[in-house]
Design a protein around this ligand. Structure first.
Ligand code: FAD
Length: 332
């Protein structure tokens, strides 16, 4: 099976979600002695190539000397074109903002079947059946794709990166590509990429520390940040905490917010309303701190601490600092 993976780099570095996707593609290709082509967007240098080769990229198409067309339509055209040129029947995207925006457009252009929320390798490849999460991660379903080609979006933190070294062929795509449709929208011009406060990206973070209305006031947001810093995770919040302006960036998680699937989700002062849980149900482990032992969050939590944030958090942070001073661990 020939596979095309779309991977965005950040200053030439492949993010963890990209390594997960590449490892997924490599594992899938190995089933049929297939090959993996990467469509690389963003900065690209020898280290980028070496990293992609280490995780199994047989071929790397470097878009427009590393810079990609900024409009979704133009970029989707280039990806669909690359899939066509390389004879790729399976096109894979990460669940990043761009990945989720591009994937359905590429599927429409290729008249390919489309599945998002994929979290494991296909059950069968002929016919092609794969499992995906539905109802905000509460249930799973198996989808059969009947079209000859298919576009899939892999959920972050569901497939562990695994090395599978090869020596990739590198092809630089032309800067100017003749795209059909002169009336294409101009798209968005990317001026700069600014990463908030050196934080881990919420969508792909392994650990997420989240604060809710139970924090009571803005000053207590410091507990969320300190714990996330110690664990190397990202911060998130419930909608009321966002409305209050306690959560300085990235927005809230939930039904109307972001949907995330970290390895560990720590909910501080969050009641566990269904609309909130809709965004975090796919977490591998939920840990809750709440002063109300009857709070619904405890029904979803794997571990819970019943107590007041103001008493629990300083002690938890102190214990964790002592532990980290003596031990090394990586939860991300
Ligand atoms: C259509 C719709 C969409 C929505 N979408 C979302 C969404 O995407 N995301 C989202 O989060 N919400 C969403 N909501 C809102 C949602 O219904 C809840 O109101 C919200 O999630 C509650 O946030 P919370 O848990 O922070 O606050 P609360 O429900 O007020 O819970 C606060 C919790 O903190 C605890 N607490 C209080 N003080 C302390 C303390 N000192 N120490 C420890 N614990 C304490 C309390 O026991 C309580 O359990 C939506 C609602 C609607 C109607």
């Amino acid at each position: 099976m020939r596979i095309l993976t779309y991977i965005e780099t950040e200053n030439g570095k492949v993010r963890r979600s990209g390594l997960e996707l590449l490892s997924y593609a490599t594992a899938l290709a190995a089933r049929s002695e297939g090959e993996v082509t990467v469509f690389a967007c963003g900065g690209f240098d020898n280290d980028t190539a070496a990293c992609m080769g280490k995780y199994g990229a047989n071929r790397i198409l470097v878009a427009g000397s590393g810079t990609c067309p900024s409009g979704i339509t133009a970029r989707a055209f280039d990806i669909a074109n690359a899939a066509d040129q390389t004879g790729s029947e399976t096109i894979l995207f990460t669940g990043s903002l761009n990945g989720r925006a591009l994937a359905p457009v590429v599927a429409a252009k290729m008249r390919a079947g489309y599945v998002s929320g994929v979290y494991s390798l296909p059950e069968t490849t002929d016919p092609f059946t794969v499992r995906k999460k539905i109802f905000s991660g509460k249930a799973v379903t198996t989808v059969k794709i009947n079209t000859p080609s298919r576009v899939m979006v892999l959920l972050p933190n569901t497939f562990a990166p695994a090395e599978s070294p090869v020596n990739p062929e590198i092809i630089h795509l032309p800067d100017k590509i003749d795209r059909p449709g002169k009336s294409l929208p101009k798209g968005i011009r990317i001026i700069d990429h600014i990463k908030p406060d050196g934080q881990t990206r919420l969508a792909e973070a392994g650990v997420v520390v989240s604060g809710g209305r139970g924090l009571s006031r803005k000053e207590n947001w410091k507990y969320v940040e300190e714990l996330a810093g110690l664990l190397g995770g990202a911060t998130a919040c419930s909608r009321p905490a966002w409305d209050e302006g306690w959560c300085p960036h990235d927005g809230w998680v939930g039904q109307t917010g972001k949907v995330i699937s970290p390895n560990i989700y720590l909910a501080l002062g969050i009641s566990g309303a269904v609309q909130h849980l809709a965004g975090v149900n796919s977490s591998k482990m939920i840990v809750a701190v709440n002063k109300d032992p009857e709070a619904p969050i405890f029904k979803s939590a794997d571990y819970g601490i019943v107590g007041d944030i103001q008493e629990v958090m300083p002690r938890l942070i102190e214990v964790l600092k002592k532990y980290l001073a003596a031990n090394r661990f990586d939860l991300t």
